[in-house]
Ligand binder design. Structure first.
Ligand SMILES: Cc1cc2nc3c(=O)[nH]c(=O)nc-3n(C[C@H](O)[C@H](O)[C@H](O)COP(=O)(O)O)c2cc1C
Ligand code: SF4
Length: 690
């Protein structure tokens, strides 16, 4: 198909200093959990984006010196020649597809703890980031930088820039964002200096200018020099010389970098979850930059719609469309637009499982794209899949996220696939969950798969089709895949931190009951030890129709795990504005006569809450009865010609949607595969030369 001329502008080349990007699609710096310890995985992961049409593909944050050590978070390094070789794998891979390679040189300043190198962190005035997020907490406080430290910092940046050039990078960054060292100089909360680097905006910006200058000198005209900067806080500060301190900073540095890469300050606003922020949410903060500089500007905002991208360019907001998450969810997004296949774009849903994998210090995962991170170690390509290894037919029971992903991947392999769904509507848990507050975008998991499946003539979906074991035997497919999901349990929670003690009763509900239309009477108590989104989203949902919703959890916060997906701060705000009262560190021990008894999780101190309806969001168990029944009689299966019965997704092990999609995809990849090809290759650091 031909490209829609409306989108031609996205494919115009953009000159960035001495180099030229082939188009306006810019995969911005983002960590992927693959440090220098996994150089082949990392190169293959970034190569896929270049193959998918991104004009520029960047690394994640790369430490310039051992005094910037983010362990245990997965950061990359450029400290020696071995690191140069490690990164060169990526630049070669990216260049093979005609893209430019960018590297984000990074010093964490007072926001890192240097746990491995045990070097005192550095910060402009000895100020530390005293985070509320446990991943970022620590006890090491930074050293206040003196002039020698500043001189050394500039030398480290210059040396790293020379190494970056040797590694083959085309764009070399100075990173002044998100609480890291150059940003710390920009903000008066961090910077209390009274020398030439503190006080006025012109003084606070001095280190950034000097870092840009030494970088430019180091790359000697061979690479473009980019500045990535967070502008949210600065924009909120009035300035006597400009509209805001952000305006003043950008004006002071306007033509110094070859490229402005602009973003927000904290991960929850920069990498904002779709539950609380729409596509293009950065615009009100960064919209002025292009008016102040003549240099190209790249910005982000979970851009997946080509019309929104064109709008950003035509309205003079951005020159290059930056993307982290959209390039994870669909590394082939630019190519699909180029080929007139916009409807094939697997749009990011904004769930932030990807950022949670960084917080978990593991290779990146994605709800929408099960192949991400598996390019090298399992040889999975997002757009290609091996043809069927046999002519067998497959019956999938259940059209939720796992079943649909499995059907799609098997269908693409060429198998004859039937999907039997008990309900009239496909989607499994998505049917209900996407109707809950803020979760509409998650419907893209279903919409994309439905759209793709409609084009496969070898996959048939039978709705309203509740199959029994004997009916499955009669159908006689070669393979049967059970994808019947999971159910929530009416279990309480023990001091051993495991689900225990069944609580039945007419006023005890689970999310399944609410999904089926139950309407709990007030006062309602949400009791959440699942700790992800469901508890808080149901509290918000119920608070819209009843007055008197409380939220109880044995954890320290509402939706405690959602700190990993950047959602927790907004969840607390949303619950507060919905009038939901919070009771943290509290365990439900009894529910009778309109009263709930709570025990403090640590002290066991008892409190009581009025409660007419209790909604328990805790344990989930697989709906695996059908699987058990089918596998009870192997002889009957053999007689029916069924050679395998398997479980995928929640029916195998209940998890988040990301787990279900991955499970369905993996099953499809591995069906009939040569056993020797299963499992995954283990990456390792390159052998050291130095
Ligand atoms: C998994 C992940 C890792 C990230 N790591 C970095 C990083 O190393 N350096 C950086 O400047 N920004 C990082 N970011 C922020 C992104 O570059 C980007 O600013 C943010 O995700 C918003 O862009 P998007 O809406 O296109 O995702 C990361 C984002 C994600 C999702
Ligand atoms: S994990 Fe979620 S937010 Fe991240 S890229 Fe995938 S769909 Fe988008």
């Amino acid at each position: 198909m031909a490209r829609n001329p409306r989108y031609d502008i996205l494919f115009e080349p953009v000159k960035i200093g001495p180099v030229t990007a082939r188009n306006r699609f810019y995969a911005v710096p983002h960590a992927a959990g693959m440090t220098n310890a996994m150089p082949r995985m990392r190169a293959a992961f970034r190569e896929t984006k270049a193959e998918g049409g991104w004009g520029v593909v960047c690394t994640g944050y790369v430490s310039i010196h051992p005094s910037s050590d983010d362990a245990p978070l997965p950061f990359a390094t450029l400290w020696d020649e071995d690191d140069v070789r490690s990164h060169a794998l990526m630049t070669e891979a990216v260049h093979r597809h005609g893209a430019l390679a960018g590297i984000e040189l990074w010093h964490g300043g007072g926001s890192v703890m240097n746990r491995t190198t045990r070097t005192p962190p550095l910060s402009p005035s000895g100020t530390a980031w005293m985070a509320t997020h446990v991943n970022f907490m620590g006890n090491q406080r930074p050293k206040m930088m003196d002039v020698d430290d500043i001189r050394e910092l500039l030398a480290w940046q210059a040396e790293a820039a020379r190494k970056a050039r040797r590694a083959g990078f085309d764009i070399v960054y100075v990173y002044a964002g998100m609480g890291y060292l150059p940003y710390e100089f920009l903000l008066p909360e961090w910077n209390h200096r009274t020398d030439a680097y503190g006080g006025s905006v012109a003084n606070r910006v001095r280190i950034v200018r000097e870092l840009l200058e030494v970088t430019r000198e180091a790359v000697a005209g061979q690479c473009a020099v980019a500045l990535r900067i967070s502008l949210e806080e600065l924009r909120a500060r009035p300035s006597e010389r400009a509209e805001s301190e952000a305006h003043e900073v950008v004006a002071l540095l306007a033509e110094v970098p070859d490229l402005w890469d602009v973003k927000l300050d904290s991960s929850p606003t920069d990498c904002a979850p779709s539950r609380f922020a729409a596509e293009g949410s950065h615009e009100p903060i960064i919209d002025f930059v292009k008016k102040v500089t003549r240099k190209p500007v790249v910005g982000v905002g979970r851009f997946t719609s080509p019309d929104a991208m064109v709008g950003q360019i035509r309205r003079g907001v951005l020159d290059l469309i930056g993307a982290a998450r959209p390039s994870i969810a669909d590394p082939f997004l630019p190519r699909k637009i180029d080929e007139g296949r916009e409807q094939d774009i697997r749009e990011c849903i904004g769930c932030n499982i990807c950022i949670s994998s960084w917080h978990d210090s593991v290779p990146v995962r994605c709800t929408q794209n099960p192949t991400i991170g598996e390019e090298w170690r399992r040889g999975w390509h997002p757009e290609r899949i091996a043809p069927a290894a046999s002519s067998g037919s497959v019956l999938i029971v259940g059209a939720g996220p796992a079943g649909l992903e499995c059907a799609l991947a098997l269908g693409r392999r060429g198998y004859d696939v039937s999907v039997a769904e008990a309900e009239e509507e496909i989607g499994g848990r998505l049917r209900f969950e996407t109707r809950l507050p803020g979760l509409a975008s998650w419907g893209r998991v279903l919409d994309w798969r439905r759209g793709q499946l409609e084009r496969l003539s070898n996959v048939a979906i039978y709705r309203g089709n509740l199959l029994t074991a004997s009916e499955i035997l009669e159908l006689g497919n070669t393979h049967v895949v059970i994808a019947t999901g999971a159910r929530w349990a009416r279990l309480l929670y023990s001091p051993l931190e495991v689900p225990a003690g069944r609580l039945e009763g007419p006023h005890v509900f689970t999310p399944d009951d609410i999904a089926a239309g139950a309407r709990p009477d007030a006062p309602v108590v949400i009791y959440d030890f699942d700790n992800y989104y469901m508890g808080s989203v149901l509290a918000e949902h119920l608070a819209r129709s009843v007055t008197g919703v409380s939220y109880v959890t044995p954890a320290g916060h509402a939706s405690a795990w959602a700190i990993m997906s950047n959602e927790q701060p907004q969840i607390h705000r949303a619950l507060a504005s919905a009038g939901v009262t919070l009771h943290t560190l509290s365990r439900v021990t009894a529910f009778a006569d309109g009263e709930l008894t709570l025990a403090h999780q640590f002290t066991n101190a008892v409190t009581r809450l009025p409660c007419r309806s209790l909604v328990i969001i805790g344990a989930r168990f697989a709906n695996d009865a059908l699987h058990a029944e089918l596998t009870r009689e192997p002889a009957a299966l053999a007689a029916a010609g069924i050679s395998s019965v398997s479980r995928i997704g929640d029916a195998l092990a209940p998890g988040a949607i990301v787990h279900a999609v991955y499970s369905g995809h993996r099953f499809a990849r591995e069906l009939d595969a040569d056993p020797a090809s299963l499992g995954h290759r283990r990456d390792a650091p390159l052998a050291r030369l130095s």
